[in-house]
Design a protein around this ligand. Structure first.
Ligand SMILES: Nc1ncnc2c1ncn2[C@@H]1O[C@H](COP(=O)(O)OP(=O)(O)OP(=O)(O)O)[C@@H](O)[C@H]1O
Length: 253
């Protein structure tokens, strides 16, 4: 579904990614892990059009998206959440999700003027859909509360609902359980599995190994800007180079 082909990225003289190749398959959960500073967020920024690669190609559904603008990439079906939470705290949960939908709603200024009934119907459908998305994350009972009243973990989940509002084929999650307590992590695991079962493909960056190993069908490991391993969670857990990258050569015993 999403293919990175020989991707490299330099910031001035600093080579952050080198010959990165992997394929995120349709319908599953793919994980990208690696030590701090390995280049994981840079990969997400390249895929979502926030940065341009220095070399190589990125294809989504067989089409080159390497030069496509960020908002157009969302239109093509890729949505993301960020490491730092970006919800509108002074708006209700429902409003937060409806805002995420607006670019994709089927009305123009003219049609609103000519057809107020149609506009109201579309708005009502949007609110209904937003409630459904909130229910996927078990936040529907708080739909009319301000986002500011949510715990940190709940705000992260609200971000997911908002990303889903753009009807993505592929959902990119940047450290989804950062800052969550163990109970919230367990809940989110179930919710992400449910989202997968609804037909969404998921690609996540995550440091929490229990979460990554428990959820992902396949995992790629990035170390100093290079992919050093790719495989099933069991293959990754037992890969000597991966163990050394995380623990350091000396301590790997
Ligand atoms: N805009 C930039 N300009 C210069 N260097 C950058 C820029 N963005 C990232 N880097 C550098 O690129 C390297 C990779 O950063 P990146 O954030 O992609 O790593 P990461 O694997 O996501 O790390 P973490 O797990 O800590 O979030 C780091 O050395 C970082 O300092």
């Amino acid at each position: 579904m999403l293919q990175l082909k020989n991707i490299s990225k330099n910031f001035g003289g600093l080579q952050v990614l080198q010959d990165v190749n992997f394929n995120v398959p349709q319908g599953g959960i793919f994980g990208l892990i690696g030590p701090n500073g390995a280049g994981k967020t840079t990969v997400f920024n390249l895929i979502t059009g926030l940065l341009r690669a220095s070399g190589g190609a990125i294809e989504f559904d067989g089409q080159d998206i390497g030069k496509v603008a960020a908002h157009k990439i969302t239109e093509r079906g890729i949505a993301r959440t960020f490491q730092n939470i970006r919800v509108f705290k002074e708006m209700t949960l429902l409003e937060n999700v409806v805002v995420g939908m607006h670019d994709h709603m089927d009305y123009s200024f003219g049609s609103v003027l000519l057809n107020l009934g149609g506009y109201r119907r579309i708005e009502a459908q949007a609110r209904e859909r937003a409630l459904e998305l909130l229910s996927w994350l078990r936040l529907d009972h708080k739909a009319h509360m301000l986002a500011d009243s949510l715990s940190y973990g709940e705000q992260r989940k609200l971000e997911f609902a908002r990303a889903l509002a753009t009807k993505p084929k592929l959902l990119l999650l940047d450290e989804p359980v950062a800052g969550m307590n163990p109970a919230e992590k367990t809940e989110l695991m179930e919710e992400i599995l449910n989202i997968k079962q609804r037909g969404f493909s998921i690609f996540m960056i995550e440091h929490d190994m229990r979460f990554v190993m428990g959820l992902c069908d396949r995992i790629a490991v990035l170390n100093f800007g290079r992919i050093i391993a790719e495989g099933s969670p069991d293959e990754i857990k037992n890969n000597q180079e991966v163990i050394e990258a995380y623990l350091g050569k000396e301590d790997s015993e």
